[in-house]
Ligand binder design. Structure first.
Ligand SMILES: Cc1ccc2cc(C(N)=O)cc(O)c2n1
Length: 324
């Protein structure tokens, strides 16, 4: 016979597990209806026993009331933008600059290759494994506190799935709106005579800038992590790809197209493959992000004034503006 506290704690763990299976591994173990039943069972138990309230419970996603405005957050580590390449030649020149700078290089040079999601970069802070703050990139140094809105995004865990969480972990990633959700949102806006959004990126930006989290909660937003900022109380893996795999293992969603490519030829093949996949991904991308995988090499290369020397966004030719 379980106490109410035990029933509540067990339901919280169960729901976190199923959120991980669904949102991070894309391998749900139960039907959505069963998840909903468990969720409402927990909500009812928490309402009946407020003494066990916990702001990190999976039920606590919607902020209480609308904000009057957004507080400012200063990024402890600047969130830099990426240098661009628009041709193979420009990418090769990027690699040559690295070779000139590093002198001897591992052969082959391994790159971590990703689709470049067309959304908004955000920073999400977990302290002792619980989500405590989230901010927009802003100007790279100062962003807006959007914690309440970030908490409403279903594939962002309110608590990391690990028994010994880092003291502090800053997850950096892109919040985006899948195309299907974007089209449904615009249809509803049209039906209600409200303004429509020009594209999913604008819709994501507008949704994150809502002062009322109850509105943000109704928007189909998702996060895909792309890196780590502050990390305290944890020994991180020594390659970028392994760090992303680690983030995924503790409950943070990472894009499934990301892969390692050895040598420039394979990187350019990845770029062309992503260009072919682009119309079928279900979300907007505007190119690829190609990073030196080895962290020690990244640190040797450092950053140019505004962008890392070790990464480049190789963009697609601008798509003819979709008229919505
Ligand atoms: C360092 C950095 C900065 C911006 C980024 C942006 C994206 C993106 N938009 O997907 C992916 C990355 O790996 C990024 N990496």
């Amino acid at each position: 016979e379980q106490t109410f506290a035990q029933q509540i704690e067990q339901l919280r763990q169960t729901l976190r597990y199923h959120e991980y299976q669904y949102h991070v591994l894309d391998e749900p173990k139960i039907p959505d209806a069963e998840y909903d039943r468990l969720f409402h069972q927990l909500k009812a138990l928490e309402q009946a026993h407020p003494e066990f309230a916990d702001s990190h419970s999976p039920t606590q996603r919607v902020g209480a009331k609308p904000l009057a405005g957004f507080a400012q957050v200063t990024h402890e580590i600047p969130m830099l933008s990426l240098d661009n390449a628009f041709s193979d030649e420009e990418f090769n020149a990027f690699v040559k600059r690295i070779q000139d700078r590093l002198g001897v290089l591992p052969e082959p040079l391994t790159f971590c290759c990703e689709p470049k999601l067309d959304g908004l970069a955000v920073s999400i802070l977990y302290e002792n494994g619980v989500l405590t703050q989230a901010a927009t990139r802003g100007d790279g140094t100062t962003g807006e506190d959007i914690t309440a809105n970030i908490r409403t995004i279903r594939n962002i865990p309110l608590q990391l799935l690990t028994d010994n969480p880092p003291a502090r972990l800053e997850v950096r990633g892109e919040v985006f709106m899948p195309q299907a959700g974007f089209e449904k949102l615009n249809e509803m806006a049209l039906a209600k005579g409200e303004k429509t959004f020009a594209n999913p990126r604008n819709a994501a930006a507008g949704s994150l800038r809502q002062l009322d989290p109850k509105i943000t909660r109704q928007r189909p937003l998702m996060l895909n992590a792309y890196g780590i900022g502050v990390a305290e109380g944890v020994l991180l893996p020594d390659t970028h790809f392994a760090r992303l795999q680690w983030l995924k293992s503790i409950g943070i969603p990472v894009n499934k197209e990301i892969e390692l490519c050895n040598g420039v030829e394979n990187v350019l093949k990845f770029y062309r493959t992503m260009a072919e996949k682009r119309p079928h991904l279900g979300y907007d991308i505007d190119g690829t992000v190609l990073k030196i995988n080895d962290i020690a090499l990244q640190e040797q290369l450092g950053f140019i004034s505004k962008a890392p020397r070790w990464a480049i966004a190789y963009k697609f030719p601008a798509q003819e503006e979709l008229t919505v």
